[in-house]
Design a protein around this ligand. Sequence first.
Ligand SMILES: [Zn+2]
Length: 220
Amino acid sequence: MILLKESIQILQACEDVQDAGLIFGTWGNLSVLLEDGTILITPSGIPYDELREEDLVICDMNGNVVGGKQEPSSELKMHVEIYKARKDVKAIVHTHSLYASVASASLNEVPLLVEDVAMVLGGSIEVTSYQNPGTQELAMEVVKHLGKKNAVIMANHGQVGVGSTLDDAILASVMCEKASQLYIKALEITDSPKVLKDEDVRKLSETYVNHYRRLRDFKE
Ligand SMILES: [Zn+2]
């Protein structure tokens, strides 16, 4: 397989999500959309710290392997369907992080309590109905509940963060975990945490996209 700059980025991202405390065992997977419309994705079942560039897999939008020697992540269908539904998404991070997993088994939605998560996620985090892992049904549930936002929680399973870059997708996953932790902790103190209003979340998200992210992109 020809090695790509995106391969280096994915290996670095695997380190970053581990450093952020989002990974338990070998569970979780990352992908990026390549310029030719194929998907570079982590393989199934190889621990992140043993992962080498040649272990990464390239798949087409029909889920066929077109490069690499390993099996692609078992959640490939979910990655394919998100890229089909969201033309703005170029990277996806799926993890089984702790508080998002608690939310996945106890809540239908994680309302947003603070401004930074609102800026990055763009709306409250919805929890899908339960579907078996690796199925088309799970993929479609994830797409439905992700909507135009940047994170979603899969019932009794884990979470997904998306973005226009791997860094943005990792940030969405980190903020999904933070939002879940904040809401669960707030419920220990009060039955009615002060949830940000939808309109304020929308304004915060617009400010982030139109101002901070442009500044960052300009600097890069
Ligand atoms: Zn999973």
